[in-house]
Design a protein around this ligand. Structure first.
Ligand code: GLP
Length: 254
């Protein structure tokens, strides 16, 4: 395995930076779960301090490319999940990847909408809203923490429904005949609170991706506002960008 690593570092650039690039290229060709050469071996091979290797690997772990197992070494991580660009549910996303979706319900209640929630749902301040907090899992592993807000008048009794390992979208369709048709979604990088990080089983320092979604039914009525905190080490956002040719600038002097 070591033979496929470049033999040495150049003197031109910081060693840690080069090492990180080398390892990134190296692990891109390895299967998930493959163990990397030990930090000692890498330090010897590149003639750098052990701390330089540790730091390079820390950076890769922070990017979710590798993970450490105490006492066993560092391993290549699974490729990141891509957020689809179509309107799908978490359940559909996981099933499409051949994984088993799951949900642990942390809270469900009817409460008056705060100003922010009311604005997103386009209802009056303090309108009754069903609030559901769930940990979403893939093959039992926590992937996201999701807080959903739905107008209580539209979904009477929803707060009593057991959403453990159940798709909310399926339930809305089966019980209330409501289909999701379109959504606006925003993604941003956020810090998790200590508690959120613990629920997701990640370091509190690690950034997460916050997806906010406002979903409409086929008539354009808003049916949910959701804040989903996805693990930054397991998720990435992919956009396909098509070039729209720009009109050439007017010629000088014209
Ligand atoms: C995703 C979206 C949420 C949506 C959920 C529904 O996770 N980010 O906005 O509420 O899917 O998923 P399910 O039907 O599996 O409960």
């Amino acid at each position: 395995m070591l033979a496929s690593l470049p033999p040495n570092l150049s003197y031109q650039r910081p060693k840690g930076e080069q090492l990180q690039e080398i390892l990134e290229g190296f692990i891109a060709n390895l299967d998930p779960g493959t163990r990397l050469p030990s930090e000692r071996v890498l330090a010897e091979r590149y003639g750098v301090a052990r701390a330089t290797v540790t730091q390079a690997i820390d950076e890769l772990a922070g990017k979710g490319l590798v993970y450490r197992v105490h006492g066993s070494g560092t391993f290549v991580a699974e490729p990141k999940f891509r957020q689809p660009q179509t309107l799908t549910s978490f359940t559909e996303d996981m099933l499409a990847r051949g994984m088993t979706p799951g949900s642990i319900v942390l809270a469900r209640e009817v409460a008056p909408a705060s100003a922010v929630i009311a604005r997103h749902l386009q209802v009056a301040h303090e309108t009754a809203v069903v609030q559901i907090e769930r940990v979403r899992t893939a093959n039992g592993e926590p992937m996201a923490l999701e807080r959903s807000y739905l107008p209580a008048s539209r979904f009477p009794g929803l707060e009593e429904a057991d959403l453990t390992d159940v798709s909310l979208y399926t339930l809305l369709a089966e019980r209330w005949g409501v289909r999701v048709a379109a959504a606006d979604q925003w993604a941003s990088a956020v810090r998790l609170t200590e508690e959120e990080a613990e629920i997701l089983g990640v370091d509190a320092e690690q950034p997460a991706l916050l997806f906010q979604r406002v979903t409409h039914d086929p008539s354009g009525n808003i049916i949910e506002y959701v804040r989903s905190f996805y693990r930054g080490d397991r998720y990435e956002v992919h956009h396909r960008l098509e070039r729209i040719e720009q009109a050439p600038p007017p010629a000088a002097g014209s």
